[in-house]
Design a protein around this ligand. Structure first.
Ligand code: NAP
Ligand code: MG
Length: 452
């Protein structure tokens, strides 16, 4: 008898379904089967591998509402987000279906022969997914990894296994050979840790907390195992006085409270030029109070609950230390609710200004000039994303270049497009996902010299 995990609907705290958890032996078995499936998957003609990925995308597309409904119930995501997330898996598969026929090597001029390079797949890739965006983060890993000719074992977060399990079934339905993509639901300390220690896993892609990510990097060092890390963030939304202040304030809540703030790209620090500070706050308050925080089974909900009672307690712990300037509402009940909350901060050493809260909490601070804004934005161990609001194009570009983060937007809060690179500076991560180069991160570059 395997252990069971009871999936909980975070909006109601009611059980949804029991999911068996993989044991260490189950994880080993999945890895060995993935290893056995690798040579045939690698040897498949590029056009055939591409066609299978396009079929997989089409099958996902035919199940968008079913996948979205699972995520609404399992993770408390809004319908709008959940449909976007399922669509993102489809889009990643279609985009990287273009890669097998385009894994170009180079021909490099040499004396006495021909020199060519090849991008060879690594073998079995282990993907460890967190609970905040179960579908997209899975797809960002498996789509380019499979396209490059690797087989994949994927561990969803224990709290949110349902969409990953369904995606594994849909892959088989689309005709992917058995064991090419295997979903292994289980504990991080068992299945996730085994991806790190098992010698047949040649790369680990991890998304989650910086603390666990550091341990994974240390563990991978034993086998010089390839590793990609997508970790935490404490991103800044920098608003200059020359921007459209009302528009910047109206959009700011959605840049941090989306997914109830459980987003590594959340703009959880707002820096406002001092001369516009009061005006900005006067527009921010009605925008926050007007957010529709509802059970996400209601299609009009803009923000749902936190994922677990533990996450709720963590976030409340941060709020207990501060005076909340203003906060929105929640529907109450047994779900894991925290209202969208705004805190003004003067001391840059405050915990709420420095640590990733991973909940619907935003901290606001004034700045004096461009240099002060950049210094304050960069005064963090993280560097994932950020926004700059200004009507001065030169300043927008200057500040975007000066902020030490991987994903900046000017007059926008967008962070993620599957066709542009995504990843962090400093302790926000290592390596990049998405964009045109993602399949390369799942290959070794091999150089071959052939003498005339
Ligand atoms: P976490 O512990 O880092 O979990 C992320 C993933 O890693 C889960 O699949 C987890 O599995 C797995 N894992 C945990 N310990 C592992 C280990 N020793 N070896 C291999 N895999 C392991 O994150 P969390 O505890 O869910 O959340 C804690 C905090 O992390 C949040 O409050 C937030 O600040 C941050 N976080 C950031 C992101 C992000 O997108 N950057 C995502 C999630 C959380 P199990 O869940 O099954 O144990
Ligand atoms: Mg954890």
């Amino acid at each position: 008898m395997s252990d069971l995990h009871t999936v909980i609907n975070p909006a109601t705290a009611k059980p949804v379904i029991d999911v068996p958890l993989a044991s260490l032996a189950d994880a080993d078995y999945a890895i060995e089967r993935a290893h056995a499936a690798f040579p045939a998957w690698k040897a498949l003609a590029p056009g055939e591998r591409a066609a299978l990925l396009r079929r997989f995308a089409a099958v996902v597309d035919a199940h968008i509402d079913e996948l979205a409904e699972l995520e609404v119930r399992n993770a408390g995501h809004t319908w709008g987000n959940a449909r976007w997330e399922a669509g993102n898996v489809r889009d990643c598969l279609n985009y990287y279906a273009g890669a097998p026929e385009r894994l170009f090597g180079r021909q490099i001029p040499v004396a006495g022969g021909v020199d060519v390079t090849f991008h060879e797949p690594l073998g079995v890739v282990g993907i460890i997914v967190p609970w905040n965006f179960p579908m997209p983060i899975a797809g960002w890993g498996f789509a380019p990894a499979l396209a490059a000719g690797n087989t994949v074992v994927l561990k969803p977060a224990e709290l949110t296994p349902l969409t990953a399990i369904r995606l594994g079934e849909l892959a088989l339905e689309a005709g992917l050979p058995a064991d090419v993509l295997t979903v292994v639901p289980g504990k991080g300390s068992v299945v996730g840790a085994r991806f790190v220690t098992h010698e047949l896993v040649r790369k680990v892609c991890f998304t989650g907390s910086t603390e666990v990510g550091k341990g994974i990097m240390r563990g991978c060092a034993d086998q010089v195992k390839r590793v990609t890390l997508e970790l935490g963030g404490k991103s800044a939304n920098i608003v200059f006085a020359d921007a459209d202040i009302a528009a910047a304030a109206a959009s700011a809540p959605y840049a941090v409270f989306d997914n109830a703030g459980q987003d590594c790209c959340a703009r959880s620090r707002i820096l406002v030029e001092r001369s516009a500070y009061d005006e900005f706050l006067s527009h921010l308050e009605p925008a926050v109070l007007g957010m529709r925080v509802l059970d996400p089974s209601d299609e009009s909900s803009e923000m749902g609950p936190l994922i677990s009672s533990q996450q709720q307690a963590t976030v409340r712990g941060y709020l207990d230390e501060v005076d909340v300037a203003f906060a929105g509402t929640t529907p109450g009940g047994d779900g894991f609710w925290v209202p969208p909350s705004v805190v003004t901060v003067e001391d840059p050493a405050a915990r709420i200004w420095r640590e990733e809260v991973f909940g619907p909490v935003v901290a606001v601070m004034p700045f004096d000039d461009e240099a002060d804004a950049v210094a304050k934005a960069n005064d963090t161990e993280y560097g994932l994303s950020g926004s700059i609001y200004t009507n001065d194009l030169g300043r927008g570009l200057r500040v975007a270049r000066a902020v030490d983060a991987g994903n900046l937007s000017v007059n926008s809060h967008s962070s993620v497009r599957y066709w542009t690179p995504f990843g962090g500076y400093k302790q926000s991560g290592l390596g990049r996902e998405l964009g045109p180069d993602a399949p390369m991160a799942f290959t070794e570059e091999k150089n071959v010299f052939i003498a005339h």
